[in-house]
Design a protein around this ligand. Sequence first.
Ligand code: UDX
Ligand code: UDX
Length: 463
Amino acid sequence: MEITKICCIGAGYVGGPTMAVIAQKCPNIKVTVVDLNEQRIKDWNDPNTDNIPIYEPGLSEIVAEARGRNLFFSTEVEKAIDEAQVIFISVNTPTKTYGKGKGMAADLKYIELCARQIAKVAKQNKIVVEKSTLPVRTAEAIKSILDNTGNGVQFQILSNPEFLAEGTAVTDLLNPDRILIGGDTTTEGQEAINALVNVYANWVEKDKILTTNVWSSELSKLTANAFLAQRISSINAMSELCEKTGADVSEVAKAIGMDSRIGAKFLKASVGFGGSCFQKDILNLVYIAKSYGLNEVADYWEQVIIMNDHQKRRFSNKIVQTLYNTVADKKITFLGWAFKKDTNDTRESAAIYVADDLINEQAKISVYDPKVQRHKMLSDLDYLETRTKEENSNALTIFENPYESCKGAHAIAVLTEWDEFITYDWQKIYDSMRKPAFLFDGRNILNAKELEKIGFIYKGIGS
Ligand code: UDX
Ligand code: UDX
């Protein structure tokens, strides 16, 4: 079967960039991205592609090229499902906030809604692709819903997890380490796999396209994220020991990273990992392990999260201790709010938790982030439900100019590793601050020696 029409449900950080790249690389395939959120679709259709809702380097250009040619953003979900031969499900799967598995299990209500909607609309055989990260064996539930509520047409379910990282989504999509496609071992399943392989083969070498059974594919995505997050928690655990012993975690990371068996990536000590995936996926893995009665397996992976929470709290504690055990009414400036550089995404960003701790100590927080909008920062804090909206908006002041944000501050805390922070006129910033001027570098991106020469009291992570 040759695929000529694709639909993707969910125009988020994964669905949007992934479909834009498929459309760019496969001009003969009509790609329609749908979303329930009307504003989001309106933003994707903004005549000026610099205003699309997701910031990713290089994305605006690709959307400008393909949009209106073979890439469409729409709220007409049913029409798009009806037309397409392949439907990607790319809706969010947040951690459950209620009922059984609260705080751990993935909430699959949106996935189920999508499956029911596809079943209702489909009048021809379709391939349904799981793009969202899902617990192992979710395809079984999707298949059961499709087969039992559908119009008698045949569905093939594939798992095709997305490994892109935010901030580098476009290059990750253009040059993936691998594409993973899981499907049924039946003839029909293999045909569906091949149809999707041929889409990716338009720009990805065949030997990088890996095909497996559905369960392996589903579990591989959770496994990849768990292993990556585990490395960060491991190096962060070492960062605390470094601070006690006079070792320097960057030197330790470099020394062990040169061992090719360990490798250099994901060894940057930090204030803690954030993002939509790591925490959610590990909690989900822990929940799955528990549900099979594998308590030691669950405890083992849960420790990665415990270490990450500890690292965030340790950072805020260090700020309070260093500022003579009180930050009440002191101005502390955050440089960065996003969970990493080159994205406007703030989900699970360490900045939120550090701000929450410091506001509990009655600090006044000022924030500058080059891409994150004001309302997002406030809603991140409101979401924690630690205090009222009014209290949050009194405690948090947001600036559009980094120098203004640092003026009169007792301390600066770097929460995101934006490149532009390195280029600032730090002498000018120092001059405008209260003395002693403290600088807490939660990302180890600034030059400690130069800053100390200016007069800053500099504290990085793990040294
Ligand atoms: C999501 C999942 O959270 C993640 O597990 C997976 O790996 C990739 O997809 P992301 O794209 O970052 O991640 O989520 P988000 O930016 O929230 O986008 C999801 C979109 O789906 C939202 O725009 C939401 O409005 C839309 N949606 C959700 C629907 O269109 N229909 C629904 O029923 C639910
Ligand atoms: C991650 C995975 O990398 C990606 O493959 C998967 O599909 C989705 O989840 P993402 O969350 O976009 O991607 O970002 P990533 O670059 O992995 O960073 C996650 C967090 O870890 C960020 O807060 C980052 O700053 C932090 N991090 C990363 C470190 O603290 N140290 C490191 O060495 C690397």
